[in-house]
Design a protein around this ligand. Structure first.
Ligand SMILES: Cc1cc2nc3c(=O)[nH]c(=O)nc-3n(C[C@H](O)[C@H](O)[C@H](O)COP(=O)(O)OP(=O)(O)OC[C@H]3O[C@@H](n4cnc5c(N)ncnc54)[C@H](O)[C@@H]3O)c2cc1C
Length: 486
């Protein structure tokens, strides 16, 4: 049995490993010269940058691939837990470490923000309860299906509907959970982990802090791109063939059954095709005869990102691996984002992997990944927006960190929404497929199996259960469970 996988994003790589371990002859077709999709890296002189994801949760989903492949622990992928998940800087000068240990984190929030520690402890307990109630059904099952609705789990959810917090926004949940506006802002930020707006997204998204604060945030010993590379090596070990620089033009099917693919002008037959590319671009380009239903098209894309990769002279002990410089007015920031613009006072994320992986920057230097959330690409003037954002970011770093960063920047690369779309095929440069800006988003993602074409499957951030590394790995697991062993 032959399986073709279109795209080598994290979802495509995980599916390749799982199907090869099942005995399929797997070939991966990747349009780019590099594997990994959004999970990628960039080298500038002696600096190395992870260009996409930087926060790594649920690493057990990567470990599981090594188990599935029958690899011993000694060959497994290496990572460590971060002691401090994120360092938060507020415009009023307060600085808060969100320690991995929930009690330590809650204690620090009480001292720095004046937030009663019990508020954070109770909140994180509720996040855990929500995760335990919903994760299996929403993250690891081929939802929504009628079988799913009738399952014991669904009944349990039905009996605990209030705990889902689906009928209030994430901001509303956080507002009634915390006393201080800084704590509300901190927990509102988790909506951005799937490209959503906390003032619109349902409170159900409060499941996200559980991943980071109760289970833990991790960092691979060789940086984020090593997640993709280790999966690539594992897949090759299992005999998976990779064709790079090889865009797939067509998914071939007839009489409601998949027949194969056409890549680089050459058609080949396959029993199974797994599409790992964004469905919003895949349908019109690779399956022009099969229209993507209006049902999936009506949702807004998730947010995108504008990122500056700076090779920086000097080291900055006031910063950690993950740092957030909050904006003064979070609600306004999202309101402007909703109007497809960027506020002059954006929340700035500074990720410095060289603090964890010293070889990522020469001695006495750091590799800064400086990101702001931006709207998807609707044809805005990105040259103008980028120039304005850069000025605003540099001013903010000077004002809040007292670092005059501009003269320290030795090398620079920039990633914007149109470039994200160009490099990864992601519709409008969205980072996480569709946003969760309404309470039905969890039910509105494209399923992992085609309803009309037998043998055609979908994996990755644009389909169920959604974007982000853990969910893409979960989608691969769902697809794996749908495909019978040989
Ligand atoms: C800047 C940024 C920051 C992020 N931060 C985080 C984070 O901190 N934590 C987190 O968990 N997630 C984060 N994400 C999201 C995460 O990166 C994605 O959800 C995930 O990597 C998407 O994987 P995927 O399987 O959907 O495939 P993608 O990464 O979307 O890859 C799809 C692949 O398909 C290829 N392709 C497209 N069309 C074709 C074709 N016709 N033929 C062949 N190949 C094709 C593309 O070249 C690409 O390699 C971030 C993303 C970005 C961009």
């Amino acid at each position: 049995m032959k399986a073709a996988i279109i795209g080598s994003g994290v979802g495509g790589l995980a599916t390749a490993i799982r199907l090869a371990a099942k005995g399929y002859r797997v070939t991966v077709f990747e349009q780019s010269e590099r594997i990994g999709g959004k999970l990628n890296e960039l080298r500038m002189g002696d600096f190395r940058f992870d260009t996409g994801p930087s926060l790594f949760t649920l690493p057990n989903l990567v470990d599981e691939l090594f188990d599935v492949a029958g690899e011993g622990k000694s060959n497994a992928f290496e990572y460590k837990q971060l002691e401090n998940v994120t360092r938060y800087f507020y415009p009023n000068g307060k600085v808060l470490n969100s320690w991995a240990d929930p009690k330590r984190f809650a204690h620090e929030a009480e001292i720095v923000l004046g937030e009663p520690a019990t508020n954070i402890e109770n909140y994180l307990n509720e996040c855990e309860e929500l995760y335990n109630l919903t994760a299996n059904m929403f993250m690891f099952s081929p939802f929504p299906t009628w079988e799913g609705f009738k399952s014991e789990e669904a009944k349990k959810i039905g009996l605990n509907l209030k705990k889902l917090k689906a009928f209030e926004t994430m901001h509303k949940v956080n507002k009634r959970s915390f006393k201080q506006k800084e704590t509300i802002q901190l927990f509102n930020r988790f909506a951005t982990y799937n490209g959503s707006n906390p003032y619109k997204a349902p409170g159900t998204l409060t499941i996200i802090p559980h991943l980071e604060h109760n289970i833990g945030a991790y960092f691979p010993k060789k940086g984020m791109y090593s997640i993709a590379l280790s999966m690539f090596e594992l897949a090759q070990k299992l005999g998976v063939k990779f064709h790079l620089n090889c865009p797939v033009q067509r998914i071939e099917y007839n009489n409601g059954k998949v027949a194969g693919i056409k890549a680089n002008g050459i058609a080949d037959s396959y029993d199974i095709v797994v599409n790992n590319t964004d469905i919003f671009t895949a349908y019109p380009s690779q399956m022009p005869d099969s229209k993507l239903s209006w049902f999936y098209k009506r949702h807004e894309p998730s947010s995108s990102a504008l990122i500056f990769y700076w090779g920086v002279k000097g080291t900055h002990p006031q910063l950690d691996v993950h740092n957030i410089l909050f904006s003064n007015n979070y609600a306004k920031e999202f309101e402007i984002l909703g109007r497809k613009g960027i506020t002059n006072d954006p929340t700035v994320y500074v990720f410095i992997s060289s603090k964890a992986v010293t070889s990522d920057a020469p001695e006495g230097h750091e590799n800064w990944f400086v990101m702001v959330n931006v709207p998807p690409d609707y044809g805005q003037d990105w040259k103008e927006l980028t120039a304005q954002a850069k000025t605003n970011i540099i001013t903010k770093i000077k004002r809040e960190l007292n670092i005059d960063i501009e003269p320290k920047i030795l090398t620079e690369e920039i990633l914007s929404p149109p470039l994200i779309e160009q490099k990864t095929g992601s519709y409008r440069g969205a980072l996480y497929g569709i946003s969760s800006n309404n309470r039905f988003a969890a039910f509105s993602r494209h399923p992992n199996r085609s309803k009309s074409i037998k043998g055609l499957y979908f994996v990755g951030g644009s389909v169920h259960p959604g974007g982000g590394i853990p969910l893409c790995l979960a989608s691969a697991k769902i697809v794996d469970n749908m495909i019978k062993p040989i």
